[in-house]
Design a protein around this ligand. Structure first.
Ligand code: HEM
Length: 521
């Protein structure tokens, strides 16, 4: 069988990533101007799907007005405070702009510093913006808020949410989460994947040695992304994704990612039947999942669909967040040459003159204390998922700070705002790794003022895995190269671009100069 090329895997998955990002946080698309423009660019004004979509929206609008008028439910008086909302769209108009984390921080400052209510389309939201309120959601009421809101993209791409991040709270999620923490991403497993990381980082160093430039780009979201996230905010209009073509696009994407994943899994299976199954050293995540499939005593059987959903998710969750982190760390170091120099000196001191190999292994990485602080400080200012992954209280209403949170409310935790809360951080906007000499650097869910990986039951299970990739890559970039800005460029543009992760708006372009045996070439 022909081996599946990593590039074909990457390009299909990249498209999937863009699609998922379209639904990930339903506010990132709401640019009124965009909405009009993209609607027109996606479907010419007179084409049938567009007219049908428009007609559905009009009928649905009447339906919603009627429903609201006839609604017998008592008006809830002690909802958390929030900005005034318009009929039908709620607060969508207040989300205009492409930086929802900043927009939400500003709105919260005005209307609900701890907990704020919003209505986006049909859906009630609360926005959490302080460590104290985050603690209430992710610790005190963690179980009540442990579910995830329904997302059409996750439903289709992960075959009915058979992944971990979007699986509703319940037996299935519990088992998959257990498999994830004990089998897939445990410290022991992370260690056993060391050879893969080292191989990959070595390839990166090789390619940088021959080609010049480190370039991290923020891919602009496709029209699809901007056009159709609106359908997530009006779940009762189930014709909307059909008429707009969003459902068809997702289904096509699912087919494509399925065929790539089938090929990847097929290759693993052939290797196993060819008798190389016992080669523990070379096992990867797919092998681990295939091993689990053979176990009979699991409450939820590991079907091929489950393996595909989890593989896809680990790829998306792992790659995107880790590369985003690396990109911001490098950007911050380039902005502050003293930090770059200090981090570089540390790495070169710990590893000494390397003996001509184009990589070094992970041993001694834990001696790089300053690099740890640099990464933590970058995660504080640039958490790749600034609004985490939304939660939902699916089964019960919750009393939060004496406010009432109605059942089925979407919960957004603004980690980006919390990580720079001036009541908890001195000079919060400054990139200053040394602050962690005196402050706790615990991002594993114990300190709610620093939550780049979230917290509670839904905290990221890939912290060790992700940090191993990030640290190894950065250490290699620092030891093997000296870095400079292109001659024409005097400073680094740090503007952000909100998508599935919070990436750089503009590519980071740097010139690497190979550093070998203490000599610069
Ligand atoms: C620097 C790297 C990473 C960052 C910053 C990050 C961040 C996050 C955040 C903020 C969440 C949501 C937590 C919440 O809702 O409270 C999350 C969830 C998740 N992450 Fe990560 N992540 C990273 C790397 C990884 C890696 C490498 C993997 C897997 C290989 C991974 C797998 C997951 C999964 C499966 C979930 C869903 C957990 C659940 O819903 O139970 N992450 N991550």
């Amino acid at each position: 069988m022909e081996r599946c090329s990593p590039m074909s895997l990457y390009s299909v998955l990249e498209e999937v990533r863009v699609l998922i990002s379209s639904s990930y946080v339903p506010m990132s698309f709401i640019t009124i101007e965009d909405l009009g423009q993209k609607m027109i660019s996606c479907s010419s004004f007179f084409d049938l799907p567009f007219l049908l979509t428009l007609a559905t929206i009009l009928v649905a609008t009447l339906f919603i007005i009627l429903k609201q008028k006839l609604s017998k439910t008592a008006v809830v008086s002690n909802l958390p405070p929030g900005p005034w909302k318009l009929p039908i769209i709620g607060n969508i108009h207040q989300m205009v702009g492409d930086q929802p984390h900043r927009r939400l921080r500003d709105l919260a400052g005005k209307y609900g510093p701890d907990v704020m209510s919003l209505q986006l389309g049909e859906l009630p939201y609360i926005v959490i913006s302080t460590p104290e309120a985050a603690k209430l959601v992710m610790k005190t009421h963690d179980v009540a808020f442990a579910s995830r809101p329904y997302l059409l993209a996750a439903d289709i791409l992960y075959d009915g949410c058979k992944d971990i991040a979007f699986a509703p709270y319940g037996e299935y999620w519990r088992q998959m989460r257990k498999i994830c923490t004990l089998e897939l991403l445990s410290a022991k497993r992370v260690q056993s994947f060391r050879h893969i990381r080292e191989e990959e980082v070595s390839k990166l160093v090789d390619s940088l040695s021959t080609a010049a430039g480190f370039r991290g780009a923020c891919e602009s979201d496709s029209d699809v992304v901007h056009c159709f996230k609106i359908s997530d905010l009006y779940p009762s209009l189930n014709l909307l994704p059909v008429l707009s073509g969003f459902r068809a696009k997702l289904e096509k994407m699912r087919k494509e990612s399925d065929s790539v994943l089938d090929q990847v899994i097929g290759e693993h299976k052939s290797r196993r039947t060819a008798g190389r199954k016992g080669d523990g050293e070379k096992e990867d995540l797919v092998d681990v999942l295939l091993n689990l499939q053979e176990e009979q005593d699991l409450g939820v059987p590991i079907t091929m669909e489950v393996i595909k959903a989890v593989t896809l998710e680990v790829f998306l969750a792992g790659i995107e967040t880790s590369t985003t982190t690396i990109e911001w760390v490098v950007s911050e170091m380039m902005k502050d040459p003293k930090v770059l120099q200090k981090a570089q000196q540390e790495v070169r001191q710990v590893y000494g003159d390397h003996d001509g190999r184009n990589y070094f292994d992970e041993a001694n990485l834990d001696q790089l204390k300053y690099l740890d602080m640099v990464i933590a400080e970058s995660l504080r200012l640039h958490p790749p998922l600034p609004l985490l992954v939304p939660r939902e209280n699916r089964d019960q209403k919750v009393e939060l700070n004496s406010y009432e949170v109605q059942v089925n409310t979407n919960v957004i935790v603004n980690a980006w705002a919390i990580n720079r809360d001036p009541r908890h951080w001195t000079d919060p906007e400054r990139f200053f790794p040394e602050r962690f000499e005196n402050e706790s650097m615990d991002y594993k869910g114990a300190d709610f003022q620093f939550i780049p990986f979230g917290g509670g039951r839904r905290i990221c299970p890939g912290i060790s895995f992700g940090m191993a990739i990030v640290k190894l890559t950065l250490a290699n970039l620092l030891i093997h190269f000296d870095w400079t800005l292109p001659t024409r460029q005097e400073s680094i543009d740090m503007r952000e671009c909100f998508g599935m992760t919070l990436r750089r708006q503009y590519p980071l372009q740097l010139i690497p100069t190979l550093y070998l045996y203490g000599r610069v070439f």
